[in-house]
Design a protein around this ligand. Structure first.
Ligand SMILES: *[C@@H]1O[C@H](CO)[C@@H](O)[C@H](O)[C@H]1NC(C)=O
Ligand SMILES: *[C@@H]1O[C@H](CO)[C@@H](O)[C@H](O)[C@H]1NC(C)=O
Ligand SMILES: *[C@@H]1O[C@H](CO)[C@@H](O)[C@H](O)[C@H]1NC(C)=O
Ligand SMILES: *[C@@H]1O[C@H](CO)[C@@H](O)[C@H](O)[C@H]1NC(C)=O
Ligand SMILES: *[C@@H]1O[C@H](CO)[C@@H](O)[C@H](O)[C@H]1NC(C)=O
Ligand SMILES: *[C@@H]1O[C@H](CO)[C@@H](O)[C@H](O)[C@H]1NC(C)=O
Ligand SMILES: *[C@@H]1O[C@H](CO)[C@@H](O)[C@H](O)[C@H]1NC(C)=O
Length: 351
Protein backbone atom coordinates (compact mmCIF):
# COMPACT_ATOMS: atom_id res chain seq x y z
CA UNK A 1 0.00 0.00 0.00
CA UNK A 2 2.74 2.42 0.96
CA UNK A 3 4.58 1.53 -2.21
CA UNK A 4 1.49 2.27 -4.30
CA UNK A 5 1.16 5.69 -2.75
CA UNK A 6 4.83 6.45 -3.45
CA UNK A 7 4.44 5.32 -7.05
CA UNK A 8 1.33 7.44 -7.54
CA UNK A 9 3.12 10.42 -6.11
CA UNK A 10 6.04 10.01 -8.42
CA UNK A 11 3.80 9.74 -11.48
CA UNK A 12 1.74 12.69 -10.33
CA UNK A 13 4.88 14.72 -9.92
CA UNK A 14 5.67 14.16 -13.55
CA UNK A 15 2.15 14.79 -14.74
CA UNK A 16 1.94 18.10 -12.98
CA UNK A 17 5.53 19.07 -13.72
CA UNK A 18 5.99 19.99 -10.10
CA UNK A 19 9.40 19.82 -8.49
CA UNK A 20 10.28 16.78 -6.44
CA UNK A 21 12.53 17.47 -3.51
CA UNK A 22 13.28 13.85 -2.67
CA UNK A 23 16.50 13.59 -4.61
CA UNK A 24 18.84 15.36 -2.23
CA UNK A 25 21.35 13.08 -0.66
CA UNK A 26 24.02 14.56 1.60
CA UNK A 27 26.52 11.83 0.80
CA UNK A 28 26.31 11.97 -2.98
CA UNK A 29 26.13 15.64 -3.70
CA UNK A 30 23.86 16.64 -6.51
CA UNK A 31 25.07 19.16 -9.01
CA UNK A 32 23.57 22.56 -8.33
CA UNK A 33 21.52 23.08 -11.44
CA UNK A 34 20.84 26.73 -12.06
CA UNK A 35 19.29 27.84 -15.33
CA UNK A 36 20.80 31.30 -14.91
CA UNK A 37 24.27 29.76 -14.81
CA UNK A 38 23.68 27.44 -17.73
CA UNK A 39 26.19 28.32 -20.42
CA UNK A 40 25.41 25.61 -22.95
CA UNK A 41 22.62 23.35 -24.10
CA UNK A 42 23.59 20.14 -25.86
CA UNK A 43 20.62 18.77 -27.75
CA UNK A 44 19.69 15.38 -29.17
CA UNK A 45 16.52 14.24 -30.90
CA UNK A 46 14.55 14.45 -34.10
CA UNK A 47 12.98 17.10 -36.34
CA UNK A 48 11.36 18.82 -33.34
CA UNK A 49 14.85 19.65 -32.13
CA UNK A 50 17.18 19.74 -35.14
CA UNK A 51 18.58 23.06 -36.31
CA UNK A 52 20.11 23.61 -39.70
CA UNK A 53 23.87 23.91 -39.85
CA UNK A 54 25.93 25.29 -42.71
CA UNK A 55 27.83 21.96 -42.60
CA UNK A 56 24.73 19.90 -42.01
CA UNK A 57 22.62 17.94 -44.42
CA UNK A 58 20.00 20.39 -45.72
CA UNK A 59 16.71 19.95 -43.82
CA UNK A 60 18.13 17.30 -41.49
CA UNK A 61 21.02 18.33 -39.32
CA UNK A 62 23.45 20.84 -37.87
CA UNK A 63 26.48 18.76 -38.84
CA UNK A 64 27.08 15.53 -40.73
CA UNK A 65 24.88 12.57 -41.55
CA UNK A 66 25.11 8.77 -41.43
CA UNK A 67 27.60 8.76 -44.33
CA UNK A 68 29.71 11.41 -42.68
CA UNK A 69 29.33 11.04 -38.97
CA UNK A 70 32.64 12.30 -37.61
CA UNK A 71 33.92 15.83 -37.71
CA UNK A 72 36.98 17.71 -36.50
CA UNK A 73 36.96 20.49 -33.88
CA UNK A 74 37.76 23.06 -36.55
CA UNK A 75 34.79 21.89 -38.64
CA UNK A 76 32.48 22.10 -35.62
CA UNK A 77 33.66 25.58 -34.69
CA UNK A 78 33.52 26.89 -38.25
CA UNK A 79 29.93 25.65 -38.48
CA UNK A 80 27.01 28.06 -38.12
CA UNK A 81 23.36 27.74 -37.23
CA UNK A 82 21.37 28.72 -40.31
CA UNK A 83 18.01 30.37 -39.97
CA UNK A 84 16.92 31.29 -43.44
CA UNK A 85 13.65 32.38 -44.97
CA UNK A 86 11.23 30.87 -42.50
CA UNK A 87 8.78 29.92 -45.20
CA UNK A 88 10.54 26.92 -46.70
CA UNK A 89 11.67 25.39 -43.46
CA UNK A 90 15.25 26.29 -44.19
CA UNK A 91 16.45 26.15 -40.64
CA UNK A 92 14.02 23.96 -38.77
CA UNK A 93 11.02 21.72 -39.40
CA UNK A 94 8.69 24.27 -37.78
CA UNK A 95 8.83 27.15 -40.25
CA UNK A 96 10.87 29.29 -37.86
CA UNK A 97 12.97 28.98 -34.72
CA UNK A 98 12.31 25.94 -32.56
CA UNK A 99 12.37 25.29 -28.83
CA UNK A 100 16.13 24.87 -28.34
CA UNK A 101 16.71 28.11 -30.24
CA UNK A 102 14.05 29.97 -28.23
CA UNK A 103 15.37 28.50 -24.98
CA UNK A 104 18.99 29.47 -25.62
CA UNK A 105 18.15 32.52 -27.78
CA UNK A 106 20.92 31.10 -29.99
CA UNK A 107 20.02 31.05 -33.68
CA UNK A 108 16.72 32.91 -33.43
CA UNK A 109 17.88 35.66 -35.76
CA UNK A 110 17.78 35.21 -39.51
CA UNK A 111 21.11 34.43 -41.08
CA UNK A 112 24.07 32.67 -39.57
CA UNK A 113 24.86 32.25 -35.87
CA UNK A 114 28.12 31.04 -34.39
CA UNK A 115 27.08 29.10 -31.27
CA UNK A 116 30.18 30.34 -29.46
CA UNK A 117 28.88 33.91 -29.66
CA UNK A 118 25.72 33.00 -27.73
CA UNK A 119 25.35 33.60 -23.99
CA UNK A 120 23.85 30.11 -23.83
CA UNK A 121 25.62 28.12 -26.53
CA UNK A 122 23.54 25.68 -28.51
CA UNK A 123 25.24 22.49 -29.70
CA UNK A 124 22.61 20.51 -31.52
CA UNK A 125 23.13 16.94 -32.73
CA UNK A 126 19.48 16.11 -33.37
CA UNK A 127 18.59 14.59 -36.73
CA UNK A 128 15.27 15.10 -38.51
CA UNK A 129 13.41 11.80 -38.82
CA UNK A 130 15.45 10.03 -36.14
CA UNK A 131 14.19 7.14 -34.12
CA UNK A 132 15.87 6.11 -30.90
CA UNK A 133 17.61 3.30 -32.78
CA UNK A 134 17.59 2.43 -36.46
CA UNK A 135 16.65 -1.21 -36.34
CA UNK A 136 15.14 -3.35 -39.07
CA UNK A 137 12.00 -5.06 -37.80
CA UNK A 138 11.63 -2.58 -34.96
CA UNK A 139 12.04 1.06 -35.97
CA UNK A 140 13.86 1.11 -39.30
CA UNK A 141 15.76 4.22 -40.37
CA UNK A 142 13.62 6.61 -42.40
CA UNK A 143 16.48 7.13 -44.87
CA UNK A 144 19.93 5.70 -45.42
CA UNK A 145 21.43 8.99 -44.18
CA UNK A 146 19.44 9.03 -40.90
CA UNK A 147 21.37 9.36 -37.64
CA UNK A 148 19.38 7.71 -34.85
CA UNK A 149 19.52 9.01 -31.28
CA UNK A 150 21.89 6.13 -30.48
CA UNK A 151 24.22 7.20 -33.31
CA UNK A 152 23.93 10.87 -32.34
CA UNK A 153 25.35 9.96 -28.96
CA UNK A 154 28.14 7.90 -30.56
CA UNK A 155 28.92 10.85 -32.80
CA UNK A 156 28.96 13.12 -29.77
CA UNK A 157 31.29 10.81 -27.83
CA UNK A 158 33.67 10.55 -30.79
CA UNK A 159 33.65 14.08 -32.16
CA UNK A 160 31.42 16.56 -30.31
CA UNK A 161 32.50 16.05 -26.73
CA UNK A 162 36.28 16.04 -27.43
CA UNK A 163 35.87 19.23 -29.45
CA UNK A 164 33.86 20.95 -26.71
CA UNK A 165 36.37 19.83 -24.08
CA UNK A 166 39.00 21.50 -26.24
CA UNK A 167 37.29 24.88 -25.82
CA UNK A 168 36.87 24.33 -22.09
CA UNK A 169 33.11 23.90 -22.09
CA UNK A 170 31.96 23.66 -18.47
CA UNK A 171 30.07 20.41 -18.15
CA UNK A 172 28.60 21.34 -14.78
CA UNK A 173 27.00 24.39 -16.40
CA UNK A 174 25.78 22.43 -19.38
CA UNK A 175 22.25 21.13 -19.85
CA UNK A 176 21.79 18.01 -21.97
CA UNK A 177 18.36 18.28 -23.64
CA UNK A 178 16.76 15.15 -25.07
CA UNK A 179 13.48 14.92 -26.97
CA UNK A 180 13.10 11.57 -28.68
CA UNK A 181 10.25 9.12 -29.24
CA UNK A 182 7.88 10.91 -31.61
CA UNK A 183 8.97 8.87 -34.63
CA UNK A 184 9.20 5.73 -32.50
CA UNK A 185 5.58 5.81 -31.36
CA UNK A 186 4.29 6.71 -34.83
CA UNK A 187 6.40 4.10 -36.62
CA UNK A 188 5.53 1.36 -34.15
CA UNK A 189 1.82 2.12 -34.59
CA UNK A 190 2.09 1.99 -38.37
CA UNK A 191 4.29 -1.09 -38.50
CA UNK A 192 2.66 -3.20 -35.80
CA UNK A 193 -0.99 -2.40 -36.47
CA UNK A 194 -3.79 -1.48 -34.13
CA UNK A 195 -3.94 -4.78 -32.27
CA UNK A 196 -0.34 -4.87 -31.10
CA UNK A 197 0.57 -4.78 -27.44
CA UNK A 198 2.60 -1.62 -27.22
CA UNK A 199 3.77 -1.38 -23.62
CA UNK A 200 6.64 -3.88 -24.05
CA UNK A 201 7.73 -2.07 -27.22
CA UNK A 202 7.79 1.27 -25.39
CA UNK A 203 9.80 -0.38 -22.62
CA UNK A 204 12.29 -1.53 -25.24
CA UNK A 205 12.50 1.99 -26.69
CA UNK A 206 13.23 3.51 -23.27
CA UNK A 207 15.78 0.78 -22.57
CA UNK A 208 17.63 1.92 -25.70
CA UNK A 209 17.22 5.59 -24.80
CA UNK A 210 18.82 5.15 -21.40
CA UNK A 211 21.67 2.93 -22.66
CA UNK A 212 22.72 5.99 -24.63
CA UNK A 213 21.96 8.43 -21.80
CA UNK A 214 24.37 6.39 -19.63
CA UNK A 215 27.07 7.08 -22.22
CA UNK A 216 26.47 10.83 -21.95
CA UNK A 217 26.65 10.50 -18.16
CA UNK A 218 29.97 8.65 -18.47
CA UNK A 219 31.33 11.62 -20.41
CA UNK A 220 30.79 13.74 -17.29
CA UNK A 221 27.53 15.56 -17.98
CA UNK A 222 25.28 15.89 -14.95
CA UNK A 223 22.26 18.00 -15.92
CA UNK A 224 19.61 16.35 -18.07
CA UNK A 225 16.34 17.62 -19.46
CA UNK A 226 13.84 15.16 -20.91
CA UNK A 227 10.73 16.14 -22.83
CA UNK A 228 7.78 13.78 -23.01
CA UNK A 229 5.60 13.23 -26.07
CA UNK A 230 3.41 16.11 -27.25
CA UNK A 231 -0.33 15.48 -27.83
CA UNK A 232 0.28 13.63 -31.11
CA UNK A 233 -3.23 12.23 -30.75
CA UNK A 234 -4.60 15.72 -31.45
CA UNK A 235 -2.55 16.23 -34.62
CA UNK A 236 -4.01 16.72 -38.11
CA UNK A 237 -3.59 13.03 -39.02
CA UNK A 238 -2.73 11.10 -35.88
CA UNK A 239 -1.29 7.57 -35.93
CA UNK A 240 -1.81 7.15 -32.20
CA UNK A 241 -4.53 7.85 -29.67
CA UNK A 242 -4.31 9.61 -26.33
CA UNK A 243 -4.04 6.41 -24.32
CA UNK A 244 -0.98 5.23 -26.26
CA UNK A 245 0.68 8.62 -25.81
CA UNK A 246 -0.12 8.49 -22.11
CA UNK A 247 1.28 4.97 -21.83
CA UNK A 248 4.47 5.93 -23.65
CA UNK A 249 4.92 8.95 -21.38
CA UNK A 250 4.32 6.94 -18.20
CA UNK A 251 6.95 4.40 -19.27
CA UNK A 252 9.36 7.19 -20.13
CA UNK A 253 8.73 8.81 -16.73
CA UNK A 254 9.54 5.58 -14.91
CA UNK A 255 12.84 5.29 -16.79
CA UNK A 256 13.67 8.94 -16.06
CA UNK A 257 13.01 8.26 -12.36
CA UNK A 258 15.16 5.13 -12.44
CA UNK A 259 18.04 7.07 -14.01
CA UNK A 260 17.74 9.75 -11.31
CA UNK A 261 17.72 7.12 -8.55
CA UNK A 262 20.75 5.40 -10.00
CA UNK A 263 22.75 8.63 -10.32
CA UNK A 264 22.26 10.77 -7.25
CA UNK A 265 24.89 13.21 -8.49
CA UNK A 266 22.73 14.33 -11.40
CA UNK A 267 19.87 16.76 -11.83
CA UNK A 268 17.29 15.03 -13.97
CA UNK A 269 14.45 17.22 -15.15
CA UNK A 270 11.43 16.00 -17.04
CA UNK A 271 9.27 18.66 -18.58
CA UNK A 272 5.68 17.63 -19.09
CA UNK A 273 5.24 19.37 -22.42
CA UNK A 274 2.27 17.09 -23.08
CA UNK A 275 0.19 18.69 -20.31
CA UNK A 276 1.30 22.17 -21.30
CA UNK A 277 0.35 21.67 -24.96
CA UNK A 278 -2.96 20.02 -24.12
CA UNK A 279 -3.76 23.08 -22.02
CA UNK A 280 -2.83 25.35 -24.93
CA UNK A 281 -5.06 23.32 -27.25
CA UNK A 282 -7.97 23.48 -24.81
CA UNK A 283 -7.62 27.25 -24.48
CA UNK A 284 -6.11 28.04 -27.85
CA UNK A 285 -7.81 31.40 -28.29
CA UNK A 286 -6.10 32.69 -25.15
CA UNK A 287 -2.79 32.01 -26.87
CA UNK A 288 -3.71 33.69 -30.14
CA UNK A 289 -4.23 30.51 -32.14
CA UNK A 290 -7.10 30.32 -34.61
CA UNK A 291 -6.64 26.84 -36.02
CA UNK A 292 -5.62 23.84 -33.93
CA UNK A 293 -7.00 21.01 -36.04
CA UNK A 294 -5.19 21.41 -39.32
CA UNK A 295 -2.26 23.14 -40.96
CA UNK A 296 -1.99 25.82 -43.57
CA UNK A 297 -1.84 24.11 -46.98
CA UNK A 298 0.75 26.62 -48.20
CA UNK A 299 2.99 26.18 -45.16
CA UNK A 300 6.10 25.46 -47.24
CA UNK A 301 5.60 28.04 -49.98
CA UNK A 302 8.30 30.70 -50.21
CA UNK A 303 5.80 33.58 -50.03
CA UNK A 304 3.56 32.15 -47.30
CA UNK A 305 4.60 34.71 -44.67
CA UNK A 306 3.99 37.66 -46.94
CA UNK A 307 0.90 36.36 -48.67
CA UNK A 308 -0.94 33.81 -46.51
CA UNK A 309 -4.37 34.57 -48.02
CA UNK A 310 -3.11 33.27 -51.36
CA UNK A 311 -3.23 29.82 -49.73
CA UNK A 312 -6.42 30.33 -47.78
CA UNK A 313 -4.50 30.97 -44.55
CA UNK A 314 -5.65 34.54 -44.14
CA UNK A 315 -4.70 34.89 -40.52
CA UNK A 316 -1.12 33.81 -41.11
CA UNK A 317 1.09 30.88 -40.19
CA UNK A 318 1.46 31.95 -36.57
CA UNK A 319 -2.24 31.39 -35.90
CA UNK A 320 -1.87 27.67 -36.70
CA UNK A 321 -0.90 25.38 -33.83
CA UNK A 322 0.39 22.79 -36.32
CA UNK A 323 2.97 23.67 -38.97
CA UNK A 324 2.31 20.59 -41.09
CA UNK A 325 0.82 17.14 -40.57
CA UNK A 326 3.46 16.16 -38.02
CA UNK A 327 5.06 19.29 -36.59
CA UNK A 328 4.15 22.04 -34.17
CA UNK A 329 4.52 25.53 -35.59
CA UNK A 330 7.37 27.80 -34.58
CA UNK A 331 5.06 30.00 -32.51
CA UNK A 332 3.79 26.93 -30.69
CA UNK A 333 7.42 26.19 -29.80
CA UNK A 334 7.77 29.76 -28.58
CA UNK A 335 4.67 29.46 -26.41
CA UNK A 336 5.71 26.27 -24.63
CA UNK A 337 9.35 27.33 -24.34
CA UNK A 338 8.25 30.36 -22.28
CA UNK A 339 6.69 27.90 -19.83
CA UNK A 340 9.75 25.67 -19.99
CA UNK A 341 12.10 28.55 -19.15
CA UNK A 342 9.97 29.60 -16.17
CA UNK A 343 9.93 25.99 -14.99
CA UNK A 344 13.72 25.68 -15.36
CA UNK A 345 14.15 28.81 -13.25
CA UNK A 346 11.87 27.31 -10.61
CA UNK A 347 13.92 24.12 -10.67
CA UNK A 348 17.11 26.10 -10.08
CA UNK A 349 17.53 25.12 -6.46
CA UNK A 350 20.46 25.50 -4.16
CA UNK A 351 20.79 21.82 -3.45
C1 LIG B 1 31.62 15.70 -44.14
O1 LIG B 1 31.21 16.73 -43.27
C2 LIG B 1 32.15 17.77 -43.15
C3 LIG B 1 31.60 18.72 -42.14
O2 LIG B 1 31.28 18.07 -40.99
C4 LIG B 1 32.38 18.44 -44.46
O3 LIG B 1 33.36 19.44 -44.33
C5 LIG B 1 32.83 17.41 -45.48
O4 LIG B 1 32.90 18.00 -46.73
C6 LIG B 1 31.83 16.27 -45.54
N1 LIG B 1 32.32 15.24 -46.41
C7 LIG B 1 31.55 14.64 -47.27
C8 LIG B 1 32.20 13.55 -48.08
O5 LIG B 1 30.39 14.95 -47.43
C1 LIG C 1 14.32 21.57 -47.76
O1 LIG C 1 12.95 21.68 -47.50
C2 LIG C 1 12.31 22.69 -48.24
C3 LIG C 1 10.89 22.81 -47.76
O2 LIG C 1 10.22 21.62 -47.82
C4 LIG C 1 12.42 22.38 -49.72
O3 LIG C 1 11.82 23.42 -50.47
C5 LIG C 1 13.89 22.27 -50.10
O4 LIG C 1 14.00 21.86 -51.44
C6 LIG C 1 14.60 21.26 -49.22
N1 LIG C 1 16.02 21.29 -49.49
C7 LIG C 1 16.69 20.21 -49.88
C8 LIG C 1 18.14 20.43 -50.18
O5 LIG C 1 16.19 19.13 -50.00
C1 LIG D 1 19.08 31.26 -47.75
O1 LIG D 1 18.38 30.77 -48.88
C2 LIG D 1 18.80 31.31 -50.08
C3 LIG D 1 17.86 30.83 -51.17
O2 LIG D 1 17.30 29.59 -50.87
C4 LIG D 1 20.25 30.93 -50.33
O3 LIG D 1 20.69 31.46 -51.55
C5 LIG D 1 21.09 31.47 -49.19
O4 LIG D 1 22.41 31.05 -49.34
C6 LIG D 1 20.55 30.96 -47.87
N1 LIG D 1 21.25 31.62 -46.77
C7 LIG D 1 21.92 30.95 -45.87
C8 LIG D 1 22.51 31.74 -44.77
O5 LIG D 1 22.01 29.72 -45.92
C1 LIG E 1 20.82 6.18 -50.25
O1 LIG E 1 19.49 6.23 -50.72
C2 LIG E 1 19.35 7.00 -51.91
C3 LIG E 1 17.88 7.18 -52.19
O2 LIG E 1 17.17 6.04 -51.92
C4 LIG E 1 20.11 6.32 -53.03
O3 LIG E 1 19.97 7.06 -54.21
C5 LIG E 1 21.57 6.24 -52.62
O4 LIG E 1 22.29 5.52 -53.60
C6 LIG E 1 21.73 5.55 -51.29
N1 LIG E 1 23.12 5.68 -50.88
C7 LIG E 1 23.85 4.67 -50.44
C8 LIG E 1 25.26 4.93 -50.16
O5 LIG E 1 23.38 3.57 -50.24
C1 LIG F 1 -5.90 3.24 -28.58
O1 LIG F 1 -5.17 2.48 -29.53
C2 LIG F 1 -4.85 1.19 -29.09
C3 LIG F 1 -3.96 0.55 -30.15
O2 LIG F 1 -4.56 0.59 -31.38
C4 LIG F 1 -6.12 0.40 -28.82
O3 LIG F 1 -5.79 -0.89 -28.36
C5 LIG F 1 -6.94 1.11 -27.80
O4 LIG F 1 -8.18 0.47 -27.64
C6 LIG F 1 -7.19 2.56 -28.21
N1 LIG F 1 -7.79 3.26 -27.10
C7 LIG F 1 -8.85 4.02 -27.23
C8 LIG F 1 -9.37 4.65 -26.00
O5 LIG F 1 -9.39 4.19 -28.31
C1 LIG G 1 -7.79 -6.84 -34.48
O1 LIG G 1 -8.66 -7.38 -33.53
C2 LIG G 1 -10.02 -7.36 -33.91
C3 LIG G 1 -10.89 -7.80 -32.75
O2 LIG G 1 -10.37 -8.94 -32.17
C4 LIG G 1 -10.18 -8.26 -35.14
O3 LIG G 1 -11.52 -8.25 -35.58
C5 LIG G 1 -9.28 -7.76 -36.26
O4 LIG G 1 -9.32 -8.62 -37.34
C6 LIG G 1 -7.84 -7.62 -35.78
N1 LIG G 1 -7.07 -6.94 -36.78
C7 LIG G 1 -5.89 -7.37 -37.19
C8 LIG G 1 -5.22 -6.57 -38.26
O5 LIG G 1 -5.35 -8.35 -36.74
C1 LIG H 1 -8.05 24.99 -40.28
O1 LIG H 1 -7.26 25.02 -41.44
C2 LIG H 1 -7.65 24.13 -42.45
C3 LIG H 1 -6.63 24.23 -43.55
O2 LIG H 1 -6.51 25.54 -43.99
C4 LIG H 1 -9.08 24.44 -42.90
O3 LIG H 1 -9.49 23.50 -43.85
C5 LIG H 1 -10.00 24.41 -41.70
O4 LIG H 1 -11.29 24.81 -42.09
C6 LIG H 1 -9.47 25.34 -40.63
N1 LIG H 1 -10.30 25.23 -39.44
C7 LIG H 1 -10.74 26.27 -38.78
C8 LIG H 1 -11.54 25.99 -37.57
O5 LIG H 1 -10.52 27.40 -39.15
Amino acid sequence: MKLDVALCFSLAAHTLATPTSTNYSPTNKRTSFDWHKTSSVIAFGDSYTFVQGALGRPNYTFIGDAFNLSFTPSQLFSNRIVLNQTSTAQGTAEGGPNWVEFLTKCGVKKGLTDPQTCKVQLWDFAYAGANTVSKVGFTPAHWNHTVSFEKQVQQFAQSGNPALEGIGLKKKDSLVAIWIGINDINDLAKLRGKNATFAPLYETVQGYVFESVEKIYELGYRNFLFMNLPPLDRGPSPSVNASLVKQFNAIQASHVDAFQSKHRDTTVLEFDVNTVLNRVLDNYKDYGFKNVTNFCPGYNKPDIRNNPSKYGCGEGLDTYFWYDSGHLGSRTHEVFTKELRKWLVKKSGRW
